[in-house]
Design a protein around this ligand. Structure first.
Ligand code: PGA
Ligand code: ZN
Length: 429
């Protein structure tokens, strides 16, 4: 293939809608060969304050100010001009040039959504040039490891304002499954069993932003864990053996003036240490293997106390505090803040920086959990990324709603492509 086939001919962008009906960005790179690759960026609701800037128009006459026409103009103008004729096959160079062109520390000028759409589309274009699937082409030494999935089957917090759950995510982890596709089956069957239990108890089976049920349960957060265990049993699985629970309270969303306000489930107000005690109590009763954002993004001391007390037993994941930023994750490593990091491409804004965040976790023996956002698209870039870097874990919502399933279905496709080479391991042993 002539070398010119890897050169960018043009970059176009489009304002599309995410799974909440809010605008987001899709970029398309056309190479001189005529080959084209596209990518769409997701958008969060419970965002960390140090995330790279998601640029929006702020024009109240369109989409309540959430339009992304400025971002489209940045991609088709400045970025397209700067990148015309560039080789897409050097991802690190592409991303470094995007960061330099933006020129701000938090990607505020061009928008992290502009940079990431182009960065991801370039990764896909490079895979086309190499004639390889994205999960083989993205990293020099691609892994064969399918991630242990976490399925968010009960939604609360900012993702389900009408539910009785203060905690945002109650996830099923099929840690006893022998393969990724079997893990999907364990979770899908349990999801249906939970639905039957909800119907039998007269609860709503309406779902939240990530496809999990959003019921008004008497007994709030704890009742949600009980319901999950009963769902596992009803589907014929052994709680704690075949399936476990992972939580993302996303506690920044209910942290005010140094206290945690569990207002939906009985108006409890707890301090940092009382939150640790709450989780500790649950570990004695429920098969919990991982807790993400059990403390708020500013409560570094609370996070560290939790890691000291419970980090030997379970995975403690930082999300809103670390925001996929190697500098901040390094602080977490130095201070013993957690033992794992969530990884979201759009928190940092380029593919290379996201790979660096995973590599840092791997270097120090931390877990890394790849993650979708609550506002998603049909793009399953995340799945190829998770396998390529060997992240080991990934969350993409419930086994419902196609923007969630797109990621799991793509992983099953990759599993089939890898055949005998595919690896799947329980990271919590
Ligand atoms: P978000 O939530 O995408 O709304 O930020 C996901 C998470 O908190 O992990
Ligand atoms: Zn989170």
């Amino acid at each position: 293939m002539p070398a010119s086939d890897a050169l960018i001919s043009s970059i176009r962008a489009q304002e599309i809608l995410d799974s909440r009906g809010t605008p987001t960005v899709k970029a398309t790179i056309t190479l001189q060969s005529g080959a084209r690759a596209s990518a769409a960026v997701p958008s969060g609701a419970s965002t960390g304050s140090n995330e790279a800037v998601e640029l929006r128009d702020g024009d109240p006459k369109r989409y309540f100010g959430k339009g992304v026409r400025k971002v489209i103009a940045h991609i088709e103008g400045e970025i397209a001009e700067a990148f015309k004729g560039r080789d897409v096959c050097n991802q690190a160079a592409i991303d470094a040039a995007l960061i330099a062109l933006d020129g701000t520390p938090n990607k505020a000028r061009l928008g992290a959504n502009a940079l990431l759409a182009v960065s991801m589309a370039a990764a896909r274009a490079a895979a086309l040039v190499r004639g390889e699937p994205l999960h083989r082409s993205l990293c020099e030494k691609p892994s064969n490891l399918l991630p242990m999935p976490m399925f968010n089957v009960l939604n609360g917090g900012l993702h389900a304002p009408g539910s009785s759950l203060d905690f945002q995510e109650f996830m099923l982890v099929p840690m006893g499954a022998p393969s990724f596709s079997e893990a999907v089956r364990y979770a899908a069957e349990t999801y249906h069993a939970i639905k039957e239990l909800l119907i039998a108890q007269g609860h709503s089976t309406a779902v939240g932003d990530e496809g999990g049920f959003a019921p008004k349960l008497m007994g709030g957060n704890q009742a949600a864990c009980e319901l999950m265990v009963r769902g596992m049993e009803r589907a014929g699985y052994r709680p704690g053996e075949d399936l476990a629970i992972a939580l993302d309270p996303a506690s920044t969303s209910f942290y005010k003036n140094g206290r945690y306000h569990l207002s939906r489930s009985g108006n409890q107000v707890l301090d940092s240490q009382e939150m640790v005690e709450l989780y500790q109590g649950w570990l004695n009763v429920f098969p919990i293997v991982s807790i993400e954002d059990g403390h708020a993004e500013d409560d570094w001391a609370g996070f560290a106390a939790m890691t000291r007390q419970l980090g030997g037993q379970i995975q403690i994941v930082g999300d809103d505090n670390f925001v996929t930023n190697t500098r901040i994750i390094q602080r977490g490593i130095d201070e013993g803040t957690a033992n794992a990091s969530l990884i979201k491409l759009n928190q940092i804004g380029t593919v290379s920086e996201t790979i660096a965040a995973v590599r840092l976790c791997q270097k120090v023996g931390w877990g890394s959990v790849m993650s979708h956002r609550s506002g998603e698209t049909e793009d399953a870039f995340l799945s190829d990324f998770a396998v390529a870097v060997g992240a080991g874990q990934m969350k993409s919502g419930a086994t419902a709603r196609s923007e969630r399933l797109a990621k799991y279905n793509r992983l099953m496709e990759i599993e089939a492509e890898l055949g005998d080479r595919a690896e799947f391991v329980n990271p919590y042993r």
